[in-house]
Design a protein around this ligand. Structure first.
Ligand code: UDP
Ligand code: MG
Length: 313
């Protein structure tokens, strides 16, 4: 019998979890009568009763497995851990807040089965219920990253997707510390079909992503999947050299023709400010890449497990 693993990363989701489980079970009983299931709940260092909720589910249902982290490692780490622990022939990644409708799962499964795709991914076509400023920056981000990176990133793409074991193994084999899944899924390739749906608001609890967190995540995506900023820095450098050279020639000629009245202190200060600003900016870009490299070479684990369902506690 085939098996589907449902990987769910949970951070402070005590209200949503029971609702998620109920809805997912309803879909499973309706649409997947003769397919095995396993749930892998990854407790990402929640500070509320999420772990207790998961353990309660485990008590009534041994399809439920879980991993609990020693602290909050972030959603990327949680997804990675879930994929590593999964044993199914197909694996799906979902949020605990029901923003990824389980009802789509049947359609996704059928597409893989009947149309020969390796992966079915979802994207939301609306961003209803989201602050407009956030939607605006998200749009900008996708425009930018798709110009700069060879890996295609789809605007509005969710992490919600169903993958074959082969693709999951490929993703697990990417052991990088700075994980940006939207890029990693694109990087491994395979035939992916995109299905679209309207944005759904979370059932309970609130979003874990502040604007600042998203901004840092966006920078992560850019440094992880593009070196274009480094090229831009070099080009700006060359441009400034050329301008400086032309200016030198102009000034020498002017001095030879008109003599040398000492003036131009304000313009000099402006130029110093401008050039040192550009220099700092470029060093900052290099620093971004260096810091990522630094974190990678330290080779720290992506997550640390405190307990799983196998530890009887
Ligand atoms: N999440 C996580 N670790 C974190 C932050 C979030 O595992 O540090 C999980 C969270 O529990 C949820 C999913 O990631 O299942 C998506 O988070 P959220 O719904 O807050 O994000 P949004 O849908 O608003 O982008
Ligand atoms: Mg959500």
């Amino acid at each position: 019998m085939e098996k589907i693993s449902v990987v769910v990363s949970c951070y402070n989701e005590q209200e949503s979890l029971p609702l998620f489980y109920k809805e997912m079970e309803r879909v499973r009983k309706e649409d997947f009568k003769d397919i095995d299931f396993e749930y892998i709940f990854v407790n990402d260092g929640s500070k509320d009763k999420t772990l207790e909720e998961i353990k309660n589910l485990r008590k009534i249902d041994d399809k439920v497995r879980y991993i609990s982290f020693s602290r909050n490692f972030g959603k990327e780490a949680a997804m990675f851990a879930g994929l590593e622990y999964s044993t199914g022939d197909y694996v799906t990644v979902m949020d605990a807040d029901l923003q990824d409708p389980p009802s789509l799962l049947k359609q996704m499964y059928d597409t893989i089965k009947n149309e020969g795709y390796d992966c079915v991914a979802t994207r939301r076509v609306t961003r209803k219920g989201e602050p407009p400023i956030r939607s605006f920056f998200a749009k900008m981000f996708y425009k930018l990253i798709n110009k700069m990176s060879d890996v295609e990133m789809v605007d509005g793409a969710r992490d919600y997707r169903l993958m074959t074991r082969q693709m999951v193994d490929a993703v697990i084999n990417l052991k990088e510390y700075n994980r940006f899944s939207k890029g990693l899924f694109g990087f491994v390739g395979f035939n992916t079909k995109w299905i679209e749906y309207e944005n759904v608001e979370r059932v309970a609890g609130e979003t874990k992503w502040s604007f600042w967190k998203l901004f840092k995540y966006a920078l992560e995506g850019i440094t992880a999947f593009s070196t274009t900023p480094l090229i831009i820095a070099s080009i700006v450098g060359i441009l400034f050299c050329i301008i400086a050279f032309i200016l030198i020639v102009v000034i020498i000629i002017r001095t030879l023709i008109f003599g040398d009245p000492t003036s131009g202190w304000p313009s000099l200060v402006c130029i110093i400010f401008l050039v040192s600003g550009v220099q700092l900016f470029c060093i900052g870009i290099i620093g971004q890449y260096l810091s990522k490299t630094y974190l990678e070479v330290k080779n720290r684990p992506i997550y640390i497990v405190k307990e799983t369902e196998k530890d009887k506690k």
